[in-house]
Design a protein around this ligand. Structure first.
Ligand code: NDP
Ligand code: GDR
Length: 343
């Protein structure tokens, strides 16, 4: 039985990846930080929190000794480092903590591997946020980096540390440069889930109007459950490498808003520009979406669209879920959560 550690198991990707690994017959150590309240809702939604081959264990990326202990105890074949302060917005307010968790945290795990068992395979959750300011369209593994947030900068450190440990110590260390991926398990602070949850709350009569930031930002949004398979494929490949995972399509936040409202039966028409832009329900004229400058970031990443050709050619990985289907899936689940739909 193969053994894997998944850090960040309480997050969106950690939950899907744990489910995938358990289905592949792995013994999984889910590494999670201590919390005063439970954060196991995603594992519960997937029905795996009580799985006999899943061990949940206390771990904090900030603490080298807990990394050493974890690797020593689990003796894993593979480590997936998905834990992070992953919200770009928060990274502007907490740049040092973000750097410690995302940057030094990854280094703690790499050191634990180097010291305890350099044969352990390592996956680092890198990000399209490292591309930041548009240098090239679409973005691939050879596109220059220009991060635009403390989050992007911290992830770039971890990305290069991963490559450096691969080249210096012959560790099988892979960096997955993943573009945005969403799902019904996405955190509420991220824009897609904020929108699908907002639409469901409006449908349920719990919210009048959804407030958002920059509607012009363009993202390459895929389905998270497919992306975790790409992570796993990277660690099964003959050689360690860095790979972009993306759909190769891109939409504005405004497009996603329109799709999400349509999935709940609303026709939305936008009018005005900048902070005065609003989205009205076409039939009633009611304003359902408003721009609030509080949600703008000090520096924005305007356009991300990925080229995942290398992943397709080397790993046989490809994104298959179109944005419309993904958005519908998220809206449906949020309508259920808010009691509008049964289930
Ligand atoms: P989430 O925000 O859903 O999950 C982050 C996880 O990290 C949570 O389990 C959180 O635990 C944990 N965590 C945070 N700080 C620490 C710490 N100090 N020690 C241990 N655990 C910690 O992120 P996603 O699942 O969406 O993303 C997974 C990874 O992939 C992240 O590294 C993210 O930066 C990266 N990424 C994500 C993309 C996406 O579109 N989703 C795209 C590209 C990269 P807790 O529950 O306690 O908060
Ligand atoms: P991102 O995701 O920053 O790309 O990082 P997020 O969903 O937070 O923002 C996407 C774009 O939407 C714009 N936006 C808003 N964003 C939020 N959160 N809330 C709003 O109200 C809002 N209005 C407009 C943002 O300005 C931005 O342009 C995600 C995270 O999962 C990272 O961890 C990951 O590395 C990258 O994706 C790839």
């Amino acid at each position: 039985m193969k053994r894997a550690i998944v850090t960040g198991i309480t997050g969106q990707d950690g939950a899907y990846l744990a489910q995938w690994l358990l289905n592949q017959g792995y013994r999984v150590w889910g590494a999670m930080r201590r919390s005063a309240s439970s954060s196991l809702w995603r594992l519960q939604e997937l029905g795996i929190e009580q799985h006999p081959h899943l061990t949940l264990t206390e771990f904090d990326l900030l603490d080298l000794s807990s990394a050493l202990r974890l690797v020593e105890q689990a003796q894993p074949d593979e480590i997936y480092n998905l834990a992070a302060q992953s919200f770009v917005g928060t990274s502007f307010g907490q740049p040092l903590l973000t750097a410690q968790i995302n940057g030094m945290g990854a280094l703690n795990l790499l050191e634990a591997i180097r010291v305890i068992n350099p044969k352990t395979r390592f996956y680092q959750a890198s990000t399209s946020e490292m591309f930041g300011k548009v240098q090239q369209i679409p973005q691939s593994e050879s596109t220059p980096f220009y991060p635009r947030s403390p989050y992007g900068v911290s992830k770039l450190f971890a990305h290069w540390a991963t490559i450096n440990y691969r080249e210096s110590y012959d560790i099988f260390a892979c960096s997955g440069i993943l573009f945005n991926h969403e799902s019904p398990l996405r955190g509420l602070e991220f824009v897609t889930r904020k929108i699908t949850d907002g639409v469901a709350r409006i449908r349920a009569g719990k919210l009048d109007c959804l407030e958002l930031g920059n509607l012009d930002a363009k993202r390459d949004w895929g389905y998270a459950a497919e992306y975790v398979v790409g992570m796993w494929k990277m660690l099964q490949a003959p050689q360690p490498d860095s790979y972009v995972l993306a759909t190769g399509t891109c939409h504005t936040v405004r497009d996603f808003v329109r799709l999400a409202f349509a999935a709940a039966g609303y026709q939305l028409a936008f009018e005005g520009t900048g902070v005065d832009e609003v989205g009205r329900e076409a039939s009633s004229g009611k304003v359902l979406v408003r721009v609030n400058p509080a949600f703008f970031r000090p520096a924005e990443v305007d356009l991300l669209i990925g080229d995942a050709t290398r992943a397709k050619e080397h790993l046989g990985w490809q994104a298959t879920t179109p944005l419309e289907a993904l958005c519908r899936m998220m809206v449906q689940r949020d309508l259920q959560r808010h009691g509008v739909l049964a289930g």
